[in-house]
Write a protein that binds this ligand. Structure first.
Ligand code: C5P
Length: 211
C-alpha cells in the first residue's frame, strides 16, 4: 500500500518541527524530522574529527553507520551542532546516506502515513508526496524565537550571533549544489510570522480541502 506523505520544508528556525509535530498528532501521521539525521551525523563527524574534504574519510565513516537514532536530544540542538550540520549538508555522500535512511524508515515502519520535515523533502526526497507545505518566516523573527529557545533550554546565547548564524545557514542551504532549499513545486506556502494559532488555521484549511 502506498503511504500517505506530507512534507514540511522551510529555512532554519522557521518552526517546521513544531508544525510537523502538530500535524502528526492531529492527523495521526508518524513524524520524521530529517534535520535530526543531519545533526546526528554532524555529531559523529565532530567526534571523529572527519575532514569533509577527505572523500575516503567521509565514505568510511558513513559506511559504518548502520543504525541511527531518530530521537531528538539536547546534545544535537546546540548552536555548534547546528552550524556543523549545515556544513556537512552540502556534501553529496552525506545527503545520499541520509536520503537512504529516510526511505528505509518510511518503508519499514508499519504506519499508514508520515509527516516529514526538512529542507529538500518535497523538492527532492519525496517529490510525489500527497501534500507539500513550505514555511515562511522573516529572519529576525526566526532569530528571536531561536534565541528564546536556547536561553530557555539553559544554553548561553547572544541574539546578534544567532541572527548571523541563521543568515549563514540560509545562505549555505540556498546556495549549495545538491538539493538546495527551494519552494517545492506544488507546495502550499504557510506564513508562520505571527501566532501559532494563525499558522494552524492555514494548515487546517488546506487539510480540510484535501480530505
Ligand atoms: O532542521 P534543522 O535545523 O534541524 O537541520 C539542521 C541542518 O541540516 C540544516 O541547517 C540544514 O543545513 C540541514 N538539513 C538539510 N536537509 C534537510 C534537513 C536538514 O540540508 N532535509
Amino acid at each position: 500500500m502506498k503511504k500517505f506523505i506530507v512534507t514540511v520544508d522551510g529555512p532554519a528556525a522557521s518552526g517546521k518541527q513544531k508544525i510537523a509535530k502538530y500535524i502528526s498528532k492531529k492527523w495521526n501521521l508518524s513524524h520524521l524530522d530529517s534535520g535530526i539525521l543531519y545533526r546526528r551525523i554532524a555529531l559523529i563527524f565532530s567526534k571523529n574529527k572527519i575532514d569533509l574534504n577527505n572523500h575516503r574519510q567521509v565514505n568510511d565513516c558513513l559506511s559504518k553507520i548502520n543504525a541511527i537514532s531518530y530521537r531528538n536530544n539536547k546534545i544535537i540542538r546546540t548552536q555548534e551542532i547546528s552550524n556543523v550540520a549545515s556544513k556537512i549538508a552540502i556534501n553529496k555522500l552525506v545527503r545520499k546516506k541520509i536520503n537512504f535512511l529516510q526511505y528505509e524508515y518510511v518503508k519499514n515502519l508499519n504506519k499508514r502515513g508520515f509527516v516529514i520535515d526538512g529542507r529538500d523533502i518535497g523538492s527532492k526526497v519525496f517529490k510525489d508526496a500527497n501534500l507539500k507545505l513550505y514555511i515562511e518566516v522573516n529572519v529576525k523573527i526566526r532569530a528571536k524565537r531561536r534565541y528564546k529557545q536556547l536561553i530557555d533550554s539553559g544554553e548561553k546565547s547572544i541574539y546578534q550571533k544567532i541572527l548571523k548564524d541563521i543568515k549563514l545557514r540560509d545562505k549555505t542551504d540556498i546556495n549549495r549544489k545538491y538539493s538546495p532549499l527551494v519552494i517545492p513545486k506544488g507546495a502550499h506556502i504557510i506564513d508562520n510570522n505571527s501566532s501559532f494559532n494563525k499558522t494552524i488555521k492555514q494548515i487546517t484549511t488546506i487539510f480540510n480541502k484535501y480530505q
